[in-house]
Design a protein around this ligand. Structure first.
Ligand SMILES: Nc1nc2c(ncn2[C@@H]2O[C@H](COP(=O)(O)OP(=O)(O)OP(=O)(O)O)[C@@H](O)[C@H]2O)c(=O)[nH]1
Length: 339
């Protein structure tokens, strides 16, 4: 049998929507900016699996001057714990933001979260900090902000979950009431505030939109689930095509793979026809649960090279991004208006 050769590039970037900037994203960002005077820290959450793509340039512009902690969430889904590959990834990510404290968290690891508590506790206990400390947690939709806050609260003051979390983006719609995560004898405690996830007005590259959709930052109905699985299959094949051997030989063909997956998992429509969209969503969920390989969808070596090239460094500024969004809206109906 001929040896399987995975695709080295993804060939289908056709009609991928590039926007998911909803009303509550814009409103949330404005509110965050207005409350900065009463905030001591920003905790910026990024998705470990897409650590570069899940950076929202709007946060850089709006909140960039604040003291900031960067937290890469969902660490458990991005690699093998304590492996040399994981260590190398994390060293690289730390080197991208040398001026910020950088943390990596998995919701199942109390130790990961305790490191953030220790950092905030030490900093909050500085002699000039006699009043309460308020921390704003920001990030893309569904990146794991509320989960992180619940875990910080549990590790810091031993209390149970305070905020609702969920598999789809948009669970938190408004800036939430503050939650105490560190108690101090002086009575000036450390509080965190949850915020609605904010997407960017326009995603310059179709591939970035696919990565963000795979990680769950946009609702599952915005991009065709079969296209998303095709993109996921492209990544899986570059890592380990054996992970789907229960349903298929290694393949670059998404449709037969999903048909077989649908049949074997009972995802059939009337007449026994495979329910392709249902199967695709289920397949993606399996990856999001770590059952189809744990890897990054961003290429950190490419990002390193980009950062070394001054011509490439300029990202879309917020003003530029909003301008592009306005032009896009003018030229075609907004994909988000029906959501
Ligand atoms: N495996 C894994 N799942 C996580 C982790 N953190 C969060 N999740 C899951 O990711 C999903 C989103 O988490 P939330 O905490 O609701 O995300 P959010 O950023 O508050 O979402 P929005 O309110 O939409 O902005 C939930 O299903 C969580 O259980 C993690 O470290 N590992």
């Amino acid at each position: 049998m001929a040896q399987f050769v995975p695709r080295s590039v993804f060939p289908h970037y056709g009609a991928i929507p590039r926007s998911y900037f909803l009303g509550h994203h814009r409103a949330g960002l404005t509110k965050m900016k207005n409350m900065l005077a009463s905030i001591d820290y920003i905790v910026e959450c990024r998705d470990y699996r897409a650590p570069v793509t899940s950076i929202n340039p709007m946060f850089e512009e709006a909140l960039g001057k604040m003291r900031r902690l960067i937290v890469y969430t969902k660490r458990d889904l991005g690699g093998i714990p304590k492996s040399s590959a994981q260590k190398q990834t994390e060293r690289k990510l730390q080197s991208f933001d040398p001026k910020s404290a950088v943390f990596f968290t998995s919701s199942s690891s109390r130790q990961d979260v305790s490191q953030i508590i220790n950092h905030l506790r030490n900093d909050a206990e500085a002699p000039d900090k006699l009043v309460s400390c308020r921390v704003l947690v920001v990030g893309m939709p569904n990146v794991g902000k509320s989960t992180l806050i619940n875990n910080l609260r549990n590790a810091g003051v031993g209390k149970a979950k305070a905020l609702k979390t969920g598999q789809q983006p948009g669970i938190t719609r408004k800036i939430a009431t503050q939650v105490k995560i560190i108690e101090r004898e002086s009575g000036s405690h450390v509080y965190v505030l949850d915020t609605p996830g904010v997407f960017m007005p326009y995603v310059p590259e179709a591939e970035s939109m696919l990565k963000l959709a795979l990680c769950g930052c946009v609702k599952d109905n915005v991009i065709s689930p079969v296209t998303l699985v095709d993109y996921l299959l492209y990544h899986i094949n570059l890592h380990d095509p054996q992970v789907y051997k229960r349903w298929s030989e290694p393949t670059n063909e998404v449709v037969p793979l999903l048909e077989s997956f649908a049949r074997q998992t009972g995802l059939l429509s009337k007449g026994g026809v495979p329910n392709m969209d249902g199967a695709a969503i289920h397949f993606i969920q399996k990856w999001r649960q770590g059952e189809l390989g744990r890897f990054l969808v961003d290429n950190l070596e490419a990002e390193e090279r980009r950062r070394e090239d001054p011509e490439q460094v300029s990202r879309l500024s917020m003003t530029q991004a909003l301008k592009v969004e306005r032009v896009t809206r003018k030229n075609r109906p907004d994909v988000t208006s029906s959501l």
